[in-house]
Ligand binder design. Sequence first.
Ligand SMILES: Cc1cc2nc3c(=O)[nH]c(=O)nc-3n(C[C@H](O)[C@H](O)[C@H](O)COP(=O)(O)OP(=O)(O)OC[C@H]3O[C@@H](n4cnc5c(N)ncnc54)[C@H](O)[C@@H]3O)c2cc1C
Length: 434
Amino acid sequence: MKIVVVGAGVAGVAAAELLQRYPGNRVTLIEAKSQIGTGASMDQHGWFHMGSLYSIQSLEESVTSAVKNVRILTRYYESYVNQETAEPGNRNRNTWFVDEPISYLFPGGWHLPYDVRQGAYSKELDGFLHFSKDIVSAGAALGQLLKFNRVWSGVKIVSSDLPMRTKKILDDLVCSFQTNGGDIRLSSKYLSHGSTAAGGVKVTLVDGTTVHADVCVVCSGEQLASCGWNAHRLVVRRSPIMVVTPALCNENIVVVEAKDHASFSHIVHSHRGQRYSVVSGAYSADVGDEEGSHRAAMLLKQVTRTHFPSRFDASSHELYFGTKVDRLHREDRRDYSPTIVELERNVIGAIPGKFSFAFLLAHNLALRVMEGKDIPSSTALSGRRDTAMVATPKHELVAAALLQARRSLQMDRDRPGYKLDEAASNLDDVRSAR
Ligand SMILES: Cc1cc2nc3c(=O)[nH]c(=O)nc-3n(C[C@H](O)[C@H](O)[C@H](O)COP(=O)(O)OP(=O)(O)OC[C@H]3O[C@@H](n4cnc5c(N)ncnc54)[C@H](O)[C@@H]3O)c2cc1C
């Protein structure tokens, strides 16, 4: 079967990779930009949702999706997830996940739906997550325990969610896709499509070339939203993310506040051995709403300062926006479940909801396109790799510039003006690269 996948974010890459595993399939992955993963997939903060948070919050559909997603990961991607390098001292750098769990903090007064100490939700997640951490809970003076500036009390849950190495995941999927015979066309923007007399699809690109296929899968939420497919209740929002160096603290934490307050997430990543914080919160604005975006950014800064006043003020930070596309599900509630919509005959739209859920999305898509035929396994990881083909996560680019700016300042205190200009121009480069 000939299949065209439009959009090489995690959704398109994961879908294309699974579809290309079937003998006889010929998948063409079309990406508008000159690299893979330059959209939301590289703007995000690298937090892989195994489902812990959703289950604590009783988001039933989300936790069901997360559990299915993890089952799919262990079933179809085992060799990828556990990949290790023989290089001494480098053992962890090649795995998809960083082996440092994400803790959820529930400040005092927040009423949990049930007693987490009974491990009420762990039964859903336990048993098949051989790479997960145990789920435990503890009551403590959390602020002091975590060396926060803020003093509070509540419950801390060490979850099975983990930070992810986004680029590593995409590098492996792309390598497998190409080794299995998949075709990638970069700098190729989808413009329109039509049906052919034989019942297939003709996809026209902006440069006028066409690609013929039996099925076309559109894996770009923004493209779907801008194409009049908004009847499917797509919501496009801009959301700020802030990179802070040095890291504000060494733990991955998500502060889950009471309903009226936005939650706050803090994930630690590293660049060349230097740890930095990637912080975010439930702040967003409609695309085009400059005032709302500014407000969201200010709120994120404010809440970061509330949690770490002295460390935040002594740090360097830089903020950028990512664009999220979600679909409203029942009762206007976001449940983050992946969405697959039949747009027309042989034309399918697909949105993962979360980077983490792209595996469930790809699995469901593959079974739908291949009419339920079992997905073949793939261990095609030893093929030729062009790591420059996949973009670097935005937070890493920003952190690299911030770290370099800090280093320059330290190295040449006599000429701070010159170095500050240089640091500012590094950051300008990062900003204008977008
Ligand atoms: C600020 C922020 C933080 C987030 N944090 C997390 C997180 O921590 N964990 C998590 O799991 N999820 C997170 N998410 C959500 C996650 O990033 C997205 O759900 C996921 O990356 C979407 O993947 P995608 O492949 O659908 O979209 P994208 O990555 O945006 O891919 C779409 C691709 O389609 C291409 N494209 C667009 N139009 C065309 C066209 N006409 N022709 C060809 N190509 C086209 C684009 O260039 C792009 O490469 C976050 C999102 C944001 C914005």
